[in-house]
Design a protein around this ligand. Structure first.
Ligand SMILES: Nc1ncnc2c1ncn2[C@@H]1O[C@H](COP(=O)(O)OP(=O)(O)OP(=O)(O)O)[C@@H](O)[C@H]1O
Ligand SMILES: [Mg+2]
Length: 324
């Protein structure tokens, strides 16, 4: 058995997904240890759902791999899925099924032995606060209760890893508090990965935060660092051609490949023949020297090179500007 206590509960290696010309997830690598509660943060369209679908094996990556408890999701999806509970973004629930019947149906699907299913179902229904609505049709439930049913179906087979895609989206403030406290409880015994585009959401529930933007991993840090720490830097660069026009894509690619650089974006240039770029670097890494060397070896001029430290909160603000 590949599984040991010290082994990562989840590991992705250069996980990548393209839909036609759209790069939804761009070579993301991270590890989540057993017992961690990790927030997957990013604006709309960042690639959160796509990543989660690949973690659970419901979507095949274009490239890269996912391991759950040491098991390759691609090689053995059934064994991996046995260990995963998944609350999809728009949990598909059967509106004209009673809550109790739906949960029995899920227990069957998950091959939970009949002898233990009833006890297990009752236990989960209690924990998710569903005892009073077991006899109701799912279609009659409020959004908050529907979400509890979604959580219950995800936890029924007692998975080690629970993956929740926007578990509080569309809920009112009271329901949000209730679902958060459920998630906190869950986090005491399970490894949890949840996605959201709301910063306070992850601050309330997660010990670690991974930020993705435009399919790329742009930050990965402890939640505590959020309010206090300096977690990376931004380097503004203006480049000028020496001979002939500059190929924007080529220069971007050169910067992107430098060690410590997580993302490269365009910013204002300084007139003809120049291009401006913003490079984001992780943690304490300082790619300025590498930028200089790259300019020399690729034969372009650096007109400007300037580094500023940023906090994760700045990063998040920048990513989510214009949201909500
Ligand atoms: N089935 C699909 N076909 C084509 N493009 C897709 C498909 N699913 C997602 N995308 C694209 O992939 C990118 C990432 O989408 P994804 O749903 O993973 O983002 P997200 O972070 O979950 O966003 P949200 O916060 O809105 O849920 C987007 O550009 C989206 O339009
Ligand atoms: Mg999504």
């Amino acid at each position: 058995m590949a599984d040991t206590a010290s082994e990562a509960m989840v590991e992705t290696k250069a996980l990548h997904k393209e839909y036609g010309a759209t790069v939804a997830v761009n070579s993301i690598s991270f590890k989540v240890s057993r017992g961690e509660v990790v927030g997957f943060l990013g604006p709309n369209g960042a690639g959160k759902t796509t990543t989660m679908k690949m973690l659970t094996g419901f979507l095949k990556p274009t490239r890269g791999s996912v391991f759950v408890g040491g098991v390759s999701v691609a090689d053995d999806p059934i064994a991996a899925q046995r260990r995963i509970g998944y609350l999809p973004e728009n949990a598909p629930l059967y509106d004209d099924m009673m809550v109790v019947d739906f949960l029995r149906f899920v227990a069957d699907l998950r091959s939970i032995p009949a002898a233990t299913a009833t006890g297990r179902l009752k236990n989960i229904a209690e924990r998710c606060g569903l005892m009073n609505v077991l006899g109701k049709d799912i279609g009659q439930l409020s959004k908050g209760y529907r979400q509890r049913v979604g959580l219950a179906q995800a936890m029924l087979h007692d998975p080690d890893l629970v993956i929740l895609d926007e578990p509080t989206s569309g809920l009112d403030p009271n329901q949000i508090v209730e679902i958060r406290s459920l998630i906190k409880d869950l986090g005491k015994e399970k490894t949890v990965i949840l996605s959201t585009h709301i910063l306070p959401e992850v601050q309330a529930t997660c010990s670690r935060i991974i930020i993705i933007s435009d399919g790329k991993l742009v930050a990965d840090d402890k939640t505590d660092t959020l309010t206090t720490g300096q977690t990376g830097s931004v380097i503004k660069v203006i480049v000028k051609s020496k001979n002939g026009p500059l190929d924007e894509g080529k220069v971007k690619g050169i910067f992107n490949d430098l060690p410590g650089v997580q993302a490269v974006d365009r910013h204002d240039s300084e007139g003809t023949g120049t291009l401006g770029f913003t490079l984001r670097a992780s943690g304490a890494s300082d790619p300025r020297e590498a930028i200089f060397s790259a300019a020399v070896s690729h034969n372009f001029v650096l007109l400007d090179l300037h580094r500023e430290r940023v906090s994760l909160e700045d990063t998040f603000r920048r990513l989510t500007r214009g949201e909500n």
